[in-house]
Design a protein. Structure first.
Length: 372
């Protein structure tokens, strides 16, 4: 079987839309006919070389579609199921899976950075039999993808694919960080530094947990306006002064203590320090943003003292089979905003326009609508 995919052949290059040939499915594989795929900043990091992956590769890790075919050993999904891809499939029985930390699953962390599925293989070839790498075991910028069974998560048929795909990364990470990891408490004060997709979803998570005050901090007034829609009660941007003024504002709201729960979603050294300075003694800081892994960051040591709990998370404590259907139902019940966060929809062929807009900071989410 052949299908069209956006293939990246070199760092910094444009995508090439070409035919990929599917190899036979392994017993634990799920073949998904994709209908929507979100562009996430992590894709751009690969394109620009900040996150090195073997090439050629098909990027994309926010995908939704319909199960087309399953391997002989698959029991959790069946053809016809609507699914969202999880970029953290896990084996269920390694050291970390047994300790309830599937994000660290050993087959996953061994093979995923090498552009392979959990069994170390690739199911994609280009014409001439050249191997194509999988990205984060999802490779959703394509008409089809093959994922391990634990990476294909059934969701209700009612949620449209272009909304459902967002659940697979940004929504899960932000809402999960607030609800599953930090466990924001009713009546508490939360601060979110950086209002991109993950930050806006952390705001929604804090709202779902009934935080009393939710402070959004960002330089962009348009993002702060979205933060308000997502549930922020206080907005801090350039109009309210610099970082020192923002810390003062958070202290003023909290009798001088700082916030109970803080989420760093900007991915910058200054944002890390700002986030620490907004966290009260004994409070919790969840770091969701990222800087280049080789970059050294300096932080004022005193800001880490005071029994603060500091956690870095990639996927918001995701347990996809538990969480994706829950997030889909929240959307269908009108309790989770997704429509407002889609900036534009493009066909697969125009994928690079989406990344161009992302580079200019013009988009929150671009969703590819995949035609067949
Ligand atoms: Zn992502
Ligand atoms: Zn494992």
């Amino acid at each position: 079987m052949r299908y069209r995919a956006a293939v990246l052949h070199a760092m910094g290059a444009r995508h090439s839309i070409e035919e990929v040939e599917l190899q036979p499915l392994a017993p634990g594989d799920v073949l998904i006919r994709l209908h929507a795929s979100g562009l996430c900043h992590t894709d751009l990091e690969v394109i620009e070389g900040a996150l090195p992956y073997p090439l050629p590769i098909v990027l994309g890790h926010e995908g939704a579609g319909v199960v087309e075919q399953v391997g002989a050993a698959v029991t959790h999904v069946k053809p016809g199921d609507h699914v969202v891809c999880s970029w953290n499939p896990h084996c269920g029985h390694c050291f970390y899976c047994e300790r309830d930390q599937p994000i660290l699953c050993e087959p996953f962390t061994r093979h995923q950075p090498a552009g392979r599925l959990l069994d170390g293989g690739s199911r994609y070839r280009l014409a001439g039999h050249r191997l194509v790498h999988h990205f984060s075991t999802t490779s959703t910028h394509a008409q089809y993808t093959v994922v391990p069974e634990s990476g294909a998560i059934a969701v209700p048929h009612e949620i449209p694919f272009d909304r459902a795909c967002l659940i697979g990364c940004g929504v899960m990470t932000g809402v999960g960080a607030a609800v599953r990891l930090a466990k924001v408490e009713p009546g508490s004060t939360a601060v979110v530094v950086g209002c991109g997709a993950v930050g806006l979803h952390a705001i929604q998570g804090a709202r779902l947990q009934q935080a009393d005050a939710i402070v959004a901090i960002d330089r962009d007034p348009a993002r702060l306006a979205l933060a308000r829609i997502c549930g922020a009660t206080h907005l801090l941007g350039p109009a309210q002064g610099d970082a020192a003024a923002h810390i003062d504002a958070v202290k003023a709201l909290t009798a001088g203590r700082g916030a109970d729960f803080v989420f760093e979603c900007a991915g910058a050294e200054a944002a890390l320090q700002l986030s620490l300075d907004c966290t009260r003694p004994g409070g919790s800081l969840t770091i969701l943003g990222k800087v280049n892994v080789d970059k050294k960051v300096s932080l004022r040591f005193g800001s880490m003292m005071g029994e603060r709990r500091i956690v870095r998370s990639s996927y918001g404590g995701a347990r996809p089979r538990r969480d994706f259907p829950w997030l889909a139902r929240l959307y269908l019940d009108g309790r989770l905003k997704l429509d407002e966060l889609i900036t534009q929809r493009l066909p697969l062929e125009r994928i690079d326009e989406g990344f161009d807009a992302m580079r200019l900071g013009r988009t929150l989410r671009t969703v590819l609508e995949i035609a067949h």
